[in-house]
Design a protein around this ligand. Structure first.
Ligand SMILES: Nc1ncnc2c1ncn2[C@@H]1O[C@H](COP(=O)(O)OP(=O)(O)O)[C@@H](O)[C@H]1O
Ligand SMILES: CC(C)(COP(=O)(O)O)[C@@H](O)C(=O)NCCC(=O)O
Ligand SMILES: [K+]
Length: 256
């Protein structure tokens, strides 16, 4: 069985793939100090709690935080006796091209999303991923990653308002019915939600105009379903897009 690990700047997600389906998905905060032993205590406790017996033989990691990779490598080696595939490292081959400026380091999560999007949808794509940052990945019809957009994440924007302005509280993102708020919380929620809807629409329109063609827009990340309710141009929402991409990349590396 494959253990796929997707480490973002906020959360790290572990999923066990048995070749047909994901047996479970576990989420923990990303902390670079966490040791291999700490990962294992947490991981094995939760598997026990869910009554899952998993015979893990392979591990694949995508990490937007380089410092956590060392301990995740030790975790794979010590507890599953395997050398993990790490997306973005030269030994991990991708089934798609990456066409960006020479020397550019593309976030591995964006490469994984590209592979998954191309596998599931084909064609020209825009992939919107709501993480710590909100990223737009542009995928050509042959599956190549050809660039994109990085915008501040939704929660990061709300957090920044709260931290920078003494009178603004911490609020959660939600879809306000009206644009005009009649109290501070509603005003902030409107600014972030409807502001973000404008950002998503505007960027997708401009990408399509720049490419001069129709494109399929896929959204992923925890907040994708929320924004689907806001006049956004999503043709599909795929909550497990990154995990799917990790299984495709693992398979591709096994093949040859
Ligand atoms: N379903 C959800 N509802 C509300 N907020 C969410 C949801 N899923 C994730 N978030 C928030 O979105 C932000 C980004 O989370 P995540 O997608 O895990 O980012 P990353 O991949 O960068 O670690 C975090 O602040 C997280 O708490
Ligand atoms: C843009 C990101 C910070 C998004 O990461 P996330 O929000 O998933 O933690 C990450 O993909 C990254 O660090 N990228 C490197 C720069 C680039 O992709 O061009
Ligand atoms: K992510």
């Amino acid at each position: 069985m494959l253990l796929a690990i997707d480490c973002g700047n906020t959360n790290t997600v572990f999923s066990i793939w048995d070749g047909t389906r994901f047996l479970c998905t576990l989420r923990t905060a990303t902390e670079h100090q966490r040791t291999a032993d700490q990962y294992f205590v947490w991981f094995s406790t939760l598997l026990g709690h869910h009554g899952i017996r998993a015979d893990i033989t392979d591990v694949i990691i995508s990490s937007t935080v380089p410092r956590v990779v060392f301990n995740l490598r030790v975790f794979a080696d010590r507890y599953f006796g395997c050398r993990p595939l790490v997306v973005g490292k030269p030994e991990c081959r991708l089934p798609v091209d990456v066409r960006v400026d020479p020397g550019t380091q593309v976030g591995p999560d964006r490469l994984v999303n590209t592979v998954a999007g191309h596998d599931l949808y084909g064609g020209d794509l825009i992939i919107v991923d709501f993480g710590t940052a909100t990223t737009f990945d542009v995928v050509a019809c042959d599956g190549a990653y050809i660039g994109g957009v990085i915008a501040p994440g939704v929660n990061l924007s709300l957090q920044a308002l709260h931290e920078a302005a003494a009178a603004l509280p911490h609020v959660d993102v939600t879809r306000p019915e009206r644009v005009i708020g009649t109290n501070t919380v509603e005003c902030m929620q409107s600014g972030v939600f409807w502001g973000y809807v404008g950002l998503i629409n505007g960027i997708c329109e401009r990408i399509k105009a720049e490419r001069g063609r129709a494109m399929t827009v896929i959204a992923t990340g925890g907040l994708a379903p929320l924004f689907q309710q806001g006049d956004t141009p999503f043709d599909g929402v795929e909550e497990d897009l990154t995990m799917h991409g990790l299984t495709v990349i693992h398979e591709h590396n096994k093949e040859g």
